[in-house]
Write a protein that binds this ligand. Structure first.
Ligand SMILES: *Cc1c(COP(=O)(O)O)cnc(C)c1O
Length: 374
């Protein structure tokens, strides 16, 4: 089976991990700050907080944003459930705005319609790496005094109007799960330009405990520390961060490979009647975490099953989040986003990852064309 996504781990990545295993620190050592700096510098943000995964990153961001009971947070239904679960963790209420039929990203016009006096934040998700319409989203946020937390799990290295995703909003989160743009096994990062948010995020990552005397209410001696907030153990290990540092050196190469693969797919499917290739927003540069096509005039389930049978590891990103039983049982029975539901019924993600070979890609193209066009 050719998978839809796969990590690229090379000898130097392995060596970086082995070096940490032989060092003094397995967790919370020098590799944390090194990885944080590498990501912050790359995306153009002032501060970065390494955290155990992107789900924890989103939880921390919602907490730092002060989201709690009675607060509404607007996000997209075409995402992984973590983008809205993080709101539930904080006692808030996720509100789903419909997507744009071309980009499949959250539609700013529908965000406007979903705003109420209780709206506190927006969580846009850059689906597949394609940046959301951030100017429109920031304008709405400014008008209604909302916090913007970008879920950029797919978008490390993606660019919006010449700037990397990461320095644009109050907070932006990344994932380093093996299928994501770079990997640390499990891992995540929050970047921000706000010192105040940064301090809250650092506390939240480690039980709300600090040894920083400037934050403590008193200091009884060199052993002393204080818990100032209710946090978690969401720390990332030095082992993971060493892998992250090694992977960051390859990110531009990974992105170039993904972009080349996508260009080949787009070319191969350009004349296909039953395939809608991804739309590319002007003035953006996607990192192409996913390559999502829409299959028209064919039964999506049948095509999907045929492709899997023939060794193409296709997937579907994503089932509208509010359709999951948990959401249905917790107040989302009447919720519908018609565009999201329509798009969901047609989408299939094809394999895209740096080490997808030319032969593998030509095989994917041949099989997809046979199943969808003939
Ligand atoms: C992968 C993913 C997450 C969760 O990331 P983890 O690091 O696995 O917790 C959140 N949001 C989106 C859009 C994702 O794709």
């Amino acid at each position: 089976m050719i998978p839809y996504g796969r990590q690229t781990i090379e000898e130097d990545d392995i060596q970086a991990v082995v070096d940490v295993l032989k060092s003094d620190y397995l967790t919370t050592g020098p590799k944390i700050a090194e990885f944080e700096k590498a990501v912050a510098d790359y995306v153009g943000a002032k501060y970065a907080v390494a955290i155990s995964n992107d789900t924890a990153a989103l939880h921390a961001a919602c907490h730092a944003a002060g989201i709690g009971e009675g607060d509404e947070v607007i996000t997209t239904p075409i995402t992984f459930a973590a983008s809205s679960n993080c709101v539930l963790y904080c006692g808030g209420t996720p509100v789903f705005a419909d997507i744009d039929p071309k980009t499949y990203n959250i539609d700013p016009e529908d965000i406007k319609r979903k705003i109420t006096p209780r709206t506190k934040a927006i969580i846009p998700v850059h689906l597949a790496g394609q940046p959301c319409d951030m100017d429109a989203i920031h304008e709405i946020a400014k008008e209604h005094n909302l916090i913007v937390i970008e879920d950029a799990a797919h978008a490390l290295g993606s660019e919006y109007k010449g700037k990397k995703i990461g320095g644009l909003s109050d907070m932006t989160t990344f994932s380093f799960h093996p299928v994501k743009p770079i990997t640390t096994g499990e891992g995540g990062m929050i970047v921000t330009n706000s010192e105040e948010l940064y301090k809250k995020l650092v506390l939240f990552r480690s039980h709300g405990i600090t040894r920083d005397t400037s934050l403590m209410t008193r200091n009884e001696g060199p052993w002393f520390y204080q818990q100032l907030d209710l946090g978690y153990n969401y720390r990332m290990t030095d082992i993971q961060c060493a892998l992250g540092c090694s992977q960051m050196k390859k990110l531009d190469y990974f992105l170039a490979r993904r972009r080349a693969i996508v260009a080949r797919y787009n070319e191969a499917f350009a004349d296909c009647r039953n395939i809608v290739t991804p739309y590319q927003m002007p003035d953006t540069n996607s990192g192409w975490h996913l390559y999502i096509i829409q299959v028209k005039n064919r039964d999506r389930k049948e095509v999907f099953e045929k492709l899997r049978e023939r060794g193409i590891g296709v997937n579907v990103h994503y089932i509208p989040v509010y359709e999951h039983p948990y959401y249905q049982e917790h107040g989302y029975k009447g919720v519908h986003c018609p565009v999201a539901e329509e798009v969901y019924s047609h989408i299939i993600s094809l394999p895209v990852f740096p080490r997808l070979t030319e032969e593998q890609q030509e095989e994917v193209i041949r099989v997809v064309k046979q199943e969808v066009e003939e």
